[in-house]
Design a protein around this ligand. Structure first.
Ligand code: UDX
Length: 454
C-alpha cells in the first residue's frame, strides 16, 4: 500500500509518520521547501512528543519520504490524503477557508494513476468532499478514483498515541472499493478492536465538527459552573467528579480553566456556527459557547488583577505557561494571548516562561520579558500566574518561590495545586471554581481569610 500525504502540517506529518509505522510506504508532500529540507534533515517543524523518533525510524526504514513534488507520489499512490490547512477565513465570519483543499484537489487530478482513493483528512465543512470529487472529475474526466472523508481526532501533545490507539476511526465513503482501501489502511488497528465506522461523506464531515463542538461545549459548561461554584462556595473539582462518574456524562473534558484554545476548537466551533446559519439550522448552543469562551479569556485578566489587590499598575507578574495546553509549542488562540496584553495595559510588567512555546510567543507578546525557567520569572515579582499546566509547574519548590517573590501570591488558572498545600507554604491562592484562600498572617491584612473570587 502506498500513500501520498499532501500537507506536512500537524495532521499530515503525524498521520503520515504513523501510517509508515504501520508498514505502508508514505510520501509526505509540502510546497514549503524549507520545511521539506528541514524534515529531510530530521528536524521537526512542530514540537510533538515522540514524533522525531517516529519519523527518524521510518525514514531509516525506507517507508517514509519527504518531497515538494506532488505528481510523482500521487501517480503511484493507492490513497492520497489531503491534510492541508483549513484556517478561519479572513473575512471573519467563521467560514473555513478551503483554498488550499481545492488547490490540492486540482493538482492531484492532474497526476492520478491507477485507481486511487482521495481522502480528505483536513477538517472541512459538510459538502466539501463532493466538491473535491467535482473538481477532480472536471479536471481529469477519465481518472479512476473515489473521494472519501477520514477526519482526525488527534490531540496535540498526545497525537501519536491518539492515532495508534483511537477510540474509533470515522470513514465517509460512497463505494465498496473506497471502503475496502480505507479498511485495509486501518487494519493494523483491528488488533485493538478499534471500531471503524463507515458512513456517508457528509456524515463523516459533520461528525468531526460535532465532536469538537461537543467537547468545547463540555469545557464551557464546566467553566460556567466554576463561576457559580466561586459565587456559592462550592468546589468545581468535586462537582466535576460528582457528575463525571455518571457514565452518561463521562469524566473527561470537565476540567475548568481559562477557556479553550488551540488550532481546532476555536476554528471548528466558528465554522459549525457558520454552517448552521447557512443551512438554516442554527447551532445556538455552539454560538453561545463561542461567545462565552471568548469572554472568559478576558475575564481571567480581571480575576488576576482582583487577586493582586485590585491593581497591577507598577507590579510585576510571573507567568508560567503560554501555550494553549501542555506538551505543544502551539500558541494558536492560547488564553495567554488574550490575558497578557490586558495585564500589560493595566500597567503590569510581565515575565514569562514556557518550556516549548517561547519561540512562537515572542512574535505575539512583544512587551514580555522571556525567562530561562520558572524560578527566573519570579525574581521580584508580585504574583505567580499559572496559565498552562506543564508538568514541571506542578510541584514547584514553593519555599524557593516565596523567597524570590515580592509577595507570596499564586494564581492558578489550571487548578494544579491543592489549596491547603499552597496556604501551608504561606501563599495566598486563587484558582478556578474554588474558594480563594490566604494564610492566617495574610488574613490580618485582609478582611477575610477565605473569600470567594468572582
Ligand atoms: C482537539 C481535540 O481534542 C481533537 O480530537 C481534535 O481533533 C483537535 O482538537 P487539541 O486542540 O490538541 O485537540 O487539544 P485538547 O486536549 O482537546 O484541548 C483543547 C483546549 O481545551 C485546550 O485549550 C485545553 O486547555 C482545553 N481544555 C481541555 C480545558 O480547558 N478543559 C478540559 O477539560 C479539556
Amino acid at each position: 500500500m502506498r500513500i501520498a500525504m499532501i500537507g506536512t502540517g500537524y495532521v499530515g506529518l503525524v498521520s503520515g509518520a504513523c501510517f509508515s509505522e504501520f508498514g505502508y510506504h508514505v510520501t509526505c508532500v509540502d510546497k514549503d521547501e524549507r520545511k521539506i529540507t528541514a524534515l529531510k534533515a530530521g528536524k521537526m517543524p512542530i514540537y510533538e512528543p515522540g514524533l522525531e523518533d517516529l519519523v527518524g525510524n521510518n525514514v531509516r526504514g525506507g517507508r517514509l519520504e519527504f518531497t515538494t513534488d506532488l505528481a510523482g507520489p500521487v501517480a503511484k499512490a493507492d490513497a492520497v490524503f489531503i491534510a492541508v490547512g483549513t484556517p478561519t477565513d479572513r473575512r471573519g465570519e467563521g467560514y473555513a477557508d478551503l483554498t488550499y483543499v481545492f488547490a490540492a484537489a486540482e493538482e492531484i487530478a492532474q497526476s492520478l494513476g491507477d485507481y486511487t482513493v482521495v481522502v480528505t483528512k483536513s477538517t472541512v465543512p459538510v459538502g466539501t468532499g463532493r466538491k473535491v470529487h467535482k473538481i477532480i472529475s472536471e479536471k481529469a474526466p477519465r481518472a479512476d478514483f473515489d473521494v472519501a472523508s477520514n477526519p482526525e481526532f488527534l490531540r496535540e501533545g498526545a497525537a501519536i498515541n491518539d492515532f495508534m490507539r483511537p477510540d474509533r476511526v470515522v470513514v465517509g465513503a460512497e463505494t465498496d472499493r473506497a471502503r475496502a482501501v480505507l479498511r485495509d489502511l486501518y487494519r493494523p488497528l483491528f488488533l485493538n478492536e478499534t471500531p471503524v465506522l463507515m458512513m456517508s461523506l457528509e456524515t463523516a464531515e459533520l461528525t468531526k465538527y460535532a465532536a469538537n463542538a461537543f467537547l468545547a461545549t463540555k469545557i464551557t459548561f464546566i467553566n460556567e459552573i466554576a463561576d457559580l461554584c466561586e459565587a456559592t462556595g462550592a468546589d468545581v473539582q468535586e462537582v466535576a467528579r460528582g457528575i463525571g462518574l455518571d457514565g452518561r456524562i463521562g469524566k473527561k473534558f470537565l476540567h475548568a480553566g481559562p477557556g479553550y484554545g488551540g488550532s481546532c476548537f476555536p476554528k471548528d466551533t466558528l465554522a459549525l456556527v457558520h454552517q448552521g446559519k447557512e443551512a438554516n439550522a442554527r447551532q445556538r448552543i455552539v454560538e453561545t459557547v463561542v461567545a462565552v469562551n471568548d469572554e472568559r479569556k478576558l475575564q481571567m485578566a480581571d480575576r488576576i488583577i482582583a487577586a493582586m489587590g485590585g491593581s497591577v499598575a507598577g507590579k510585576t507578574i510571573a507567568v508560567l505557561g503560554l501555550t494553549f495546553k501542555p506538551n505543544t509549542d502551539d500558541m494558536r488562540d492560547a488564553p495567554s494571548l488574550a490575558i497578557v496584553p490586558i495585564l500589560e495595559k493595566a500597567g503590569a510588567t510581565v515575565r514569562a516562561f514556557d518550556p516549548e512555546g517561547m519561540t512562537e510567543a515572542k512574535h505575539h507578546l512583544k512587551g514580555v520579558t522571556f525567562c530561562d525557567n520558572a524560578y527566573d520569572t519570579m525574581q521580584d515579582a508580585d504574583a505567580i500566574v499559572i496559565l498552562t499546566e506543564w508538568n514541571e509547574f506542578r510541584s514547584l519548590d514553593l519555599a524557593r518561590a516565596k523567597a524570590l517573590l515580592r509577595a507570596p501570591v499564586l494564581i492558578d488558572l489550571r487548578n494544579i495545586y491543592r489549596p491547603e498545600d499552597v496556604v501551608a507554604a504561606g501563599f495566598s491562592y486563587t484558582s478556578v471554581g474554588r474558594r480563594s484562600v490566604s494564610p492566617p498572617q495574610a488574613s490580618a491584612r485582609r478582611p477575610r481569610s477565605v473569600s470567594a473570587v468572582g
